[in-house]
Design a protein around this ligand. Structure first.
Ligand code: TRP
Ligand code: MN
Length: 454
């Protein structure tokens, strides 16, 4: 390891888990060559400002909201779907910021979240074995041998879709849509009529009142830039390494490498082998990086990985995303948090309450129960509080529309309802109401902790 001999392609000398076998190496090479020449999706300076924001979170001065699709889809790609996702994230951010008074760092699982690690490389369909669906950046979800053939040209489509998505996100977040005077318009019709929608409306009313109060005091909100815009960052799992390598650029200002496919990249639970290709790649880029931590990791392994990813212990560089499951977190997380407090206190802890709580419903649908999600977040907060560590954020899979993929919530989605609107390209996501509900829960946990710490 070590950054001395690191190059964007040095991962190729290591074993890479979860990679498709591209049938045509010449085509892969052509695509990589093309992608090496395209404009970057994000700039190094933006990645550095995210590092600074995450550094504040690691010091207990900010809270991270990382949210978006499990897997973005080439077929569900429209201005409306991007806008609706952003609406929910802005609503959650408002709830968290207003109720806790802590700044919220907004990071989407969006504009590049296309690749999926799989538990098995193949699956059985009607007696024949076909390759598993690895996300739209690799193959198609249709259950036929032809659709499942990995196709490198999909990386170009993924790049293009990411560029358009990011373009719209930049327009929305900097062009007036995210203005605090617009809080009411983020409450979609189907949400507004619900219990959590009404609860949101009352916060939105209070924000209106606060803005009027400022005006009455002689402060002109129109001239306060920060009320009108939001810094919104992008992130995805750095899984398909030829893609990430090809979008890596040397920053002319600092002479350092950045993976310009997103502001933040994370390493999945299935690809975090200390001597593997993913750790090698992520160790050399200068973006902020995340590491998913499941219940099987030991404290020693974790500290090893922290050293590989963040040898200089730069605050904001490393985010540890705990995904234990509601019934394991109490046993597993405390010793890991204690280990980082001792050996790597710069690391920021974030809770992914989704991936450890997935199970198969009676009808075979992958699902998660809202109560388990809340229970895991609850334990995450209490463990950190008890150890004197900052519960730095949440990482969730959600969508802006009214899907029925996760069970429970105030609407009481039941197993029988799952088939109604089950639309995800991969894992079950919280719908807009469940997401808002979660934000209220987290806001109250945050507030409680702030009170008790004075
Ligand atoms: N810019 C501030 C922030 O991002 C305030 C703000 C503007 C805001 N629009 C927002 C906060 C929408 C949450 C949601 O915190
Ligand atoms: Mn997922």
């Amino acid at each position: 390891m070590g950054s001395r001999e690191w190059t964007p392609d040095s991962w190729q000398g290591k074993s890479a888990a979860q990679q498709p076998i591209w049938p045509d190496p010449a085509e892969l090479e052509r695509v990589q060559k093309y992608l090496s020449g395209v404009p970057p999706l994000v700039f190094a300076g933006e990645a550095r400002s995210l590092t600074r924001a995450l550094a504040l979170a690691s010091q207990g001065k900010a809270f991270v909201l990382q949210a978006g699709d499990c897997a973005e889809s080439f077929s569900d790609f429209s201005a409306d779907s991007i806008r609706d996702k952003l609406k929910v994230i802005l609503q959650m951010a408002v709830v968290l910021t207003y109720s806790s008074g802590v700044p919220v760092v907004k990071v989407g699982r969006i504009a590049g979240q296309f690749a999926k690690p799989r538990s098995l490389p193949t699956e059985e369909v009607d007696g024949t074995t076909i390759e598993a669906f690895r996300g739209f950046i690799v193959n198609d979800e249709a259950p036929t041998a032809k659709a499942r053939q990995p196709d490198p040209a999909r990386m170009i489509t993924a790049y293009n879709q990411s560029a358009s998505t990011l373009n719209l996100l930049r327009a929305f977040t900097k062009g007036g849509f995210a203005d605090l005077s617009q809080v009411h318009t983020w409450n979609q019709l189907f949400v507004a009529s619900s219990k959590e929608g009404r609860r949101y409306e009352s916060i939105a009313d209070e924000i209106d009142r606060a803005l009027r109060f400022m005006r009455a005091c002689g402060i002109d909100p129109a001239t306060e830039e920060s009320l009108h815009v939001v810094d919104f960052y992008t992130s995805h799992e750095a899984l398909i390494l030829p893609y990430e390598e090809s979008l890596t650029r040397k920053d002319s200002l600092t002479d350092k490498y950045y993976d310009c496919s997103a502001h933040m990249l994370w390493c999945g639970e299935r690809t975090r082998q200390p001597d593997g290709a993913h750790l090698e790649f992520l160790s050399g880029i200068n973006n902020p990086v995340g590491l998913k931590i499941g219940p099987t990791i030991s404290a020693d392994e974790l500290i090893d990985l922290c050293k590989i990813l963040d040898p200089d212990r730069v605050p904001g560089r490393l985010t540890l995303i705990s995904r234990m499951g509601a019934n394991k977190i109490k046993d597993k997380l405390p010793e890991l948090v204690r280990a980082t407090q001792h050996h790597h206190p710069e690391a920021l802890w974030v809770c992914d309450p989704m991936h450890g709580n997935t199970f198969l419903a009676d009808n075979g649908r992958k699902t998660r129960h809202f109560d388990d999600i809340i229970a895991e977040v609850d334990s995450f907060f209490s463990i950190h509080r008890k150890l004197g560590s900052w519960p730095g954020g949440i990482h969730v899979e959600l969508t802006g529309v009214d899907v029925t993929e996760c069970l429970g919530g105030t609407e009481e989605i039941l197993q029988d309802h799952l088939d109604l609107r089950y639309e995800t390209a991969c894992d079950p996501r919280l719908n807009a109401k469940q997401s808002l509900d979660l934000a209220f829960e987290v806001a109250s946990l945050l507030r409680r902790g702030l009170k008790s710490s004075g």
